[in-house]
Ligand binder design. Structure first.
Ligand code: NAD
Length: 329
């Protein structure tokens, strides 16, 4: 199958690496930033399409790696052109847009995969497998942390909450999706943020507490509060029969700390892994194999929609200062 990438920023590069781990034919890319497009096309030996239609006419699969507010428009156009779609997280900035994307894919008989990559990080996956096998009993409390630095993207789109959705929608969405994967439906959410010293954004740290229908709780915190170049995640899940813990900083214990540490820092934190194969490549292999073999995706578009619904409820709680009850309960 022939693949075209939309975008030429950080995630386009990460996805291009991922496609190298499949037998798909990566054909070319389309992006509106001429400088990064040329650089990425040359370094990856890819054709440059001069517009989106040209890309759509040339491929079977579209891989969308552009700012979140554009996911809907590009996904719907790809669906109407009959292309299979992988799109970066979060699916969209609101459930109505996400539903339109899902409906367009259904109506045009194409499949949509949203790249909620945390489900492909082996530690997170192993924890999920053990929990669903009942190893630690019933989940009581999950503490999930994800702290990165303020990302800088094309035209500084991350700083514009109308484009990125801010920290809850952009970065904590990973742990919101993970918590939903582990515990099922949420019934109540409450969130607090700390105002950022960076005048470009309203908050760079958030704490979210979620109560699930099965009475499990999640405490999710993090954001963009670290200094540039730093990133860490952790999970700590307590059940009725035991605990599962993991910290990224432990796994990455051999990390040279250099005086000149400002060089080669990615514009957005992309969690690195000590493993031989990047979880981003595992994710692309999963998507591609599921297309080829017509098997289920490990993340459904509905999962991605559920995650943004919960993220929006957390944001609503910030506005009201009160817990928000899902499903009106
Ligand atoms: N899964 C993860 O770990 C992870 C990490 C970072 C970002 N993301 C997600 O990936 C997506 C892209 O993020 P990024 O950091 O690569 O952004 P970026 O700013 O580095 O790149 C965005 C690209 O989109 C292109 N673009 C912008 N408008 C366009 C248009 N109208 N037509 C064609 N191209 C256009 C720009 O030229 C740029 O190359 C976002 O949805 C983000 O939330 C996911």
């Amino acid at each position: 199958m022939r693949v075209g990438i939309v975008g030429s920023g950080t995630m386009a590069g990460v996805h291009i690496d991922g496609w190298q781990h499949t037998d798909a034919e990566l054909v070319g890319l389309f992006s509106i930033d001429p400088a990064t497009t040329k650089k990425l096309a040359e370094s990856s030996n890819l054709q440059v399409f001069s517009n989106y239609q040209e890309l759509l006419d040339s491929v079977d699969i579209v891989d969308i790696c552009i700012p979140t507010d554009l996911h809907k428009e590009f996904t719907i156009a790809a669906a109407k052109a009959g292309k299979q779609i992988i799109c970066e997280k979060p699916i969209a900035l609101n459930p109505d847009d996400a539903q339109e994307m899902i409906d367009a894919c259904k109506n045009n008989n194409v499949r949509l995969f949203i790249a909620q990559v945390v489900r492909f990080f082996p530690m997170y996956r192993k924890a999920q497998e053990q929990i669903s096998a009942g190893v630690i009993g019933d989940i009581g409390v999950m503490r999930l942390k994800r702290m990165g630095y303020m990302p800088y993207g094309f035209e500084n789109w991350y700083a514009d909450e109308n484009r990125s959705g801010g920290i809850i929608m952009d970065i904590l969405i990973h742990d919101i999706d993970y918590a939903l994967w582990l515990a099922g439906k949420a019934k109540r959410v409450y969130a607090k943020t700390i105002k950022s010293k960076n005048p470009e954004i309203t908050a760079d740290y958030a704490l979210i507490t979620i109560k699930f229908e099965n009475n499990a709780m999640a405490i999710i915190d993090g954001g963009w509060a670290y200094p540039h170049g730093n990133f860490s995640t952790s999970l700590d899940i307590a059940g009725s029969d035991g605990v599962i813990e993991w910290k990224m900083t432990d796994a990455n214990s051999i990390k040279p700390i250099l005086k000149e540490d400002n060089k080669n820092i990615a514009a957005v934190a992309v969690p690195q892994s000590v493993l031989e194969q990047s979880p981003y490549a595992t994710q692309i292999q999963h998507f591609y194999n599921a297309l080829k073999n017509n098997t289920e995706f490990d993340v459904t578009p509905q999962d991605a929609l559920n995650a943004i619904e919960l993220a929006l409820a957390a944001k609503e709680s910030l506005q009201t200062g009160k817990p928000v009850y899902l499903g009106g309960k």
